[in-house]
Design a protein around this ligand. Structure first.
Ligand SMILES: Nc1ncnc2c1ncn2[C@@H]1O[C@H](COP(=O)(O)OP(=O)(O)OP(=O)(O)O)[C@@H](O)[C@H]1O
Ligand SMILES: Nc1ccn([C@@H]2O[C@H](COP(=O)(O)O)[C@@H](O)[C@H]2O)c(=O)n1
Length: 229
C-alpha cells in the first residue's frame, strides 16, 4: 500500500503523541515527536549558558544551532523512541517542568525553527511518517494526506499532565502545570513564525471527553478513510 504523511497538531498536553505513537506502531510508520526536538534545543541552551540573567543569548545559540544534533532511537523497554541530544539519551531530562517552562520562547526563534523544520522535512521525505507538533500540517508538511488538529480544555490537559508526572514520581502542582499549559498555548499561538493554528484542511478533534482507546479508534478510522480514497 502507498505510504502517506500524517500530521497531528494541537495544543500542549492534549494527547497528540499518545495517538501518534500508537497509530505509527500499528501501521508500521516512523513516529517523530517534533516537540521533543524543541525541548532538546532548550535543554542544550540550559546546559550551555544560553539562558542568562538578561534573557536568551540568541547570538550564541544562533552560532551553535547547526552543531546541535537531535536523533531518536527505539527504546526496547517502552517500545517508543527516546530522544538523543548530541548522542546522549535526554528523554527523561526534556520532560521536566524546568524544560517545559522554557521551551516556548526558544521555539519562537526563527533560526531555531528553520533548523528544526529542515531536519523534520528530511525525516519525512520518504513518507510513511506520523509527526506531531504545532506546525506540521501548516509548515512542515503542508501537503500531508491526513492532518488532524487536537484540542481539549486547558483544565483537562493540565490534569492529564499532572497525573502523568505524579505517576513518574515528579513533584509538580496542578496550578503550576495549568499555568504552564496556558502560557505555552499563548506563546505558540502568538509567535511570528509558524504560529500554532489549525490548517484549513485539518480534521478537528476535541478529545476532552474521549478515552485513549476511543481517540485511537477514531484516528485509525481517519487513516483507513484516507487510504481508501
Ligand atoms: N483521551 C485521553 N484521556 C486521558 N488521558 C489522556 C488522553 N490522551 C492522552 N492522555 C494522557 O495525557 C498525557 C499527555 O498526553 P501526550 O503526551 O500524548 O500529549 P501531547 O499532546 O503530545 O503533549 P505535548 O504537546 O505537551 O507533548 C499523557 O499522560 C497521556 O497518557
Ligand atoms: N512543531 C512544534 C512542536 C513543538 N513546539 C514547541 O515546543 C514545545 C514543546 O512541545 P511539546 O509537544 O512537547 O509540548 C511547545 O510548547 C512549543 O512551544 C513548536 O513550536 N513546534
Amino acid at each position: 500500500m502507498k505510504k502517506i504523511t500524517i500530521a497531528i497538531d494541537g495544543f500542549s498536553s492534549c494527547g497528540k503523541s499518545t495517538m501518534a505513537k500508537d497509530l505509527a506502531r500499528e501501521i508500521g510508520y516512523i513516529y517523530i515527536d517534533s516537540g521533543a526536538m524543541y525541548r532538546a534545543v532548550t535543554l542544550y541552551s540550559m546546559e550551555n549558558g544560553i539562558f542568562t540573567a538578561e534573557g536568551i543569548d540568541t547570538e550564541k545559540l544562533k552560532k551553535q544551532i547547526n552543531s546541535i544534533r537531535i536523533s531518536f532511537q527505539l527504546n526496547p523497554e517502552t517500545g517508543r523512541p527516546d530522544t538523543y541530544l548530541n548522542g546522549i539519551n535526554v528523554e527523561k531530562k526534556i520532560r521536566t517542568m524546568e524544560v517545559s517552562s522554557r521551551v516556548s520562547p526558544i521555539a519562537a526563534l526563527d533560526f531555531v525553527r528553520e533548523a528544526m523544520v529542515a531536519q523534520q522535512q528530511e525525516m519525512g521525505k520518504a513518507k510513511g511518517i506520523v509527526m506531531d507538533g504545532r506546525d506540521i500540517g501548516t509548515t512542515v508538511f503542508p501537503d500531508a494526506e491526513l492532518k488532524i488538529f487536537v484540542t481539549a480544555s486547558p483544565e483537562i490537559r493540565a490534569q492529564r499532565r499532572y497525573d502523568e508526572l505524579k505517576a513518574k514520581g515528579e513533584e509538580a502542582g496542578f496550578d503550576e502545570i495549568l499555568e504552564n499549559v496556558k502560557q505555552r498555548d499563548y506563546i505558540d499561538q502568538n509567535r511570528e513564525v509558524s504560529p500554532l493554528r489549525k490548517a484549513d484542511d485539518a480534521l478537528l478533534l476535541d478529545n476532552s471527553h474521549m478515552t485513549i482507546s476511543q481517540q485511537k479508534e477514531w484516528l485509525a478510522e481517519q487513516f483507513e478513510k484516507v487510504c481508501k480514497s
